[in-house]
Design a protein around this ligand. Structure first.
Ligand code: NOJ
Length: 742
């Protein structure tokens, strides 16, 4: 009986979703049939809002020349301009209002790279939900997030905004963000905002980590590494997608019809709309791919860019191009259809306005609580010699360094709306929540780039007079993010010198890093007994860090990117292909080479003489105050048929006396393929909590679809053959077994 009811309910849901979709398509067709060519092109035009241009923008909206505005954040102005669209323009089509809501609107969560370290889709979804609720309360209904660019280069400033180096992790968390922003499938919910996955595609592979630079991603790498997170987010329902700034192998993304039409529309059946990045269309002139903005308009329209962000070439030239037969009216209709479909799905025609009374949700208590939890889960304990952490609260502590009380910088990059007055720094949290702790505070440097060492003696004296020094170093927010690439990613300025000075006082040192990227910290490690790494942790980073330092919380974050030893090792990532000469466990160093040694290539392998073959810390790495033991790795079978499923089980025990959280990771290696396969690939993860002494059996299910890849013929399929499989606490360790696809 129950089964029948469930079946009927399921049938009813499918039926009503279909009916809603048909209804949307009907409304789109009906509206489109009433639009002039100029009104259609108006929908394809997105403009930046500035207060000074309000009057002229409003009259352009009234004339039907604008489909979207970005960067308007005053709810009263939003309502006024929306009113112009609804009541003064001929057809009353609402505007879609965009803004970069990247890791929170007012309540700032850890930067996306930090959130990725949580390996916790639920937490990431909840963060995006809260961002949506806050942004929507002031009238923003579209965010340009998540950014799903695979980033294997810490010099690139936008690594901060990424979900790391792994396609599977980025896909899982990107999908979670989309669900969070979009109200878990209910785009018309008055608390939802449309997501925009970006940047399509390859932008994270910019040459040398220099922002906006060319990329050279060949087809297999594109399909197997760079595209999958986008597909996952689109399957999760992402309403829109943004092109990227880079040219890949000579073709700028805003003019790439293969990527936008063949892959995105035909293969993935994406029916949302595509927006260009900021002026990325007219930048094709600087690329040398178009001679003027008229040609830009022709190339991008024909390639499948539906809406142009700010550069205005569509509004200037598209009508003429249609009349000249260079762009067909079907192309324009297709683009407008995509835009209107999203606007109808969002319920904007019914609910275009914002209730100006709703802003009480900003910085709501439960939002701050969630941001604190996110900052806790995003921190990674890299080192903890002699169990220095957690600290006992009765210790006398010297708080040192420029990031101990940096309310602006703690929020990280891409924060337009967060207010630093709401940030709780570690120092503030100490005063507010740990006021019983005996501490001294010596910032020693005013900010991360400060080169004035005159206060170092005071910092050293403070450390000498305390039981332990906690040194807060890292990066100002502005040193990562868009257009903020670096060629040297050591701790900037004289911060390493400060750490050495503090260490010379002879007391144990905890190094707390607050930064936008994985820095090269190998040379600093001897001067710190414990290292807690925080990618800019946001509004509530301070109390989160103190909770971790004093053991109210136990670190459980894992690295979403490889930490290199030297910048010259970049790119270095865990899921690389094997060479014909993989390096053995121990490789030669410069010291092993005798003077005038004869040239030989025999027996040589792939590594650096000066920095070896390994990174400093591998992907997936992160310590805890607990100890976890892995045992009993068990597969349901040693072989599976194509189309079959493998069940993987392993037992994880918390062998310590402290409750903790572990991210259990599943990796595979496909040993022989029609193209060279990565040495390891993440295929599953579970963040589990274990009480002291507790064990749990963790179960993963792997289908042969999960093992499929784009092989020699560029078709996606699993190939028969032998696999290795690991379950462990990082990409470098774990129990290993083997299986086959037959
Ligand atoms: C340029 C950035 O690349 C993009 O990510 C952002 O969404 C737009 N500017 C709008 O601010």
């Amino acid at each position: 009986m129950n089964k029948i009811i469930i079946f009927l309910l399921f049938f009813f849901c499918i039926f009503s979703i279909n009916a809603q979709q048909q209804n949307v398509e009907k409304r789109v067709d009906e509206l489109l049939s009433r639009m002039t060519l100029e009104e259609k092109i108006g929908q394809m035009n997105q403009l930046n809002y500035s207060k000074g241009e309000r009057v002229s923008l409003t009259s352009r909206v009234e004339r039907g020349e604008v489909g979207s505005l970005l960067n308007i954040t005053d709810p009263i102005a939003i309502n006024e301009i929306q009113k112009a669209a609804m009541e003064k323009s001929r057809l009353g089509i609402p505007l879609i209002i965009g803004r970069d809501i990247i890791h929170g609107f007012k309540t700032i969560f850890p930067i996306p790279l930090g959130q990725a370290a949580s390996f916790d889709p639920e937490l990431v979804e909840n963060g995006a939900r809260i961002a949506a609720i806050e942004a929507r309360s002031i009238g923003i209904n579209w965010t340009f997030a998540p950014m799903l660019d695979i980033s294997r280069d810490a010099r690139w400033g936008r690594i901060a905004e990424s979900l790391g180096e792994d396609p599977y992790l980025s896909g899982q968390l990107g999908a979670a963000m989309v669900k969070g922003f979009q109200g878990n499938g209910n785009l018309s919910d008055s608390n939802a905002i449309a997501a925009c996955v970006k940047h399509f595609v390859g932008y994270g592979a910019s040459e040398g980590g220099r922002d906006y630079n060319s990329t050279n991603i060949p087809p297999h790498l594109m399909r197997n590494t760079y595209l999958p997170p986008f597909r996952a987010a689109i399957e999760a329902g992402a309403a829109t997608l943004m092109t990227s700034f880079n040219d890949n192998d000579g073709i700028p993304a805003s003019g790439n019809d293969y990527i936008l039409k063949t892959i995105l529309r035909k293969e993935w059946i994406f029916d949302g709309f595509v927006v260009s990045d900021w002026a990325s269309m007219t930048e094709m002139i600087a690329h040398g791919y178009a001679k003027d903005s008229k040609q830009v308009s022709e190339i991008s329209a024909n390639a499948g860019v539906d809406m142009e962000m700010v550069s205005g070439s569509y509004i200037k030239h598209l009508a003429g191009l249609v009349k000249d037969g260079k762009v067909s009216i079907d192309v324009v209709d297709g683009a407008v259809r995509n835009i209107l479909r999203v606007k109808f799905r969002m319920g904007l025609f019914e609910n275009p306005y914002v209730d100006v009374e709703r802003q009480s949700v900003l910085y709501a208590e439960n939002h701050l609580k969630a941001a604190r939890q996110a900052a806790i889960e995003s921190a990674i304990l890299l080192k903890n010699d002699n169990g220095l952490l957690p600290l006992a609260e009765n210790k006398k502590i010297a708080i040192i360094g420029p990031l101990a009380d940096a309310p602006h910088d703690q929020m990280g990059t891409w924060v337009f709306d967060g207010d630093k007055n709401y940030t709780v720094t570690p120092l503030t949290a100490l005063k507010r929540e740990y006021s019983h702790v005996n501490y001294l505070y010596e910032p020693a440097l005013k900010y991360s780039r400060d080169k004035n060492t005159s206060e170092f003696d005071k910092a050293k004296a403070a450390a000498a007079s305390a039981d332990v020094a906690v040194v807060f170093l890292g990066e100002e927010a502005i040193l990562s993010g868009e257009a903020h690439s670096l060629s040297n990613i050591d701790l900037i300025g004289v911060q390493s010198d400060l750490l050495r000075a503090v260490k010379s006082a002879g007391k144990p040192v905890v190094l707390v890093i607050v930064a936008g990227r994985p820095l090269t910290i190998e040379r600093d490690l001897p001067f710190a007994d414990a290292v807690l790494y925080n990618f800019h942790p946001g509004t509530m980073g301070g109390p989160a860090i103190l909770d971790l330092i004093f053991g109210k919380a136990n670190p459980g974050g894992k690295l979403p990117v490889t930490f290199v030893r030297e910048v010259g090792q970049i790119p270095m990532y865990y899921n690389h292909n094997n060479t014909g000469r993989p390096a053995p466990d121990k490789v030669m160093t410069l010291d092993d080479i005798s003077l005038e040694a004869p040239q030989t290539s025999l027996g040589n392998t792939s590594f650096y003489l000066d920095s070896g073959k390994d990174p400093l810390y591998p992907f997936g790495y992160g310590l805890s105050y607990s100890k976890f033991d892995y045992s009993d790795l068990h597969l349901s079978s040693g072989s599976i048929a194509l189309g079959g499923t493998l069940t993987v089980k392993a037992t994880i025990q918390n062998t310590s006396k402290i409750d903790g959280t572990e991210v259990v990771q599943l990796y595979i290696q496909d040993l022989v393929g029609s193209i060279v396969r990565p040495v390891k690939e993440l295929k599953g993860f579970q963040r589990i909590s274990l009480k002291a002494g507790e064990s749990k059996i963790v179960e993963f299910r792997l289908t042969t679809d999960d093992l499929a890849f784009y092989g020699r013929d560029l078709e996606k399929k699993a190939e028969a053959g032998d696999f290795k499989l690991w379950v462990g606490g990082s990409s470098k360790e774990g129990l290993m077994t083997k299986f086959k696809i037959e």
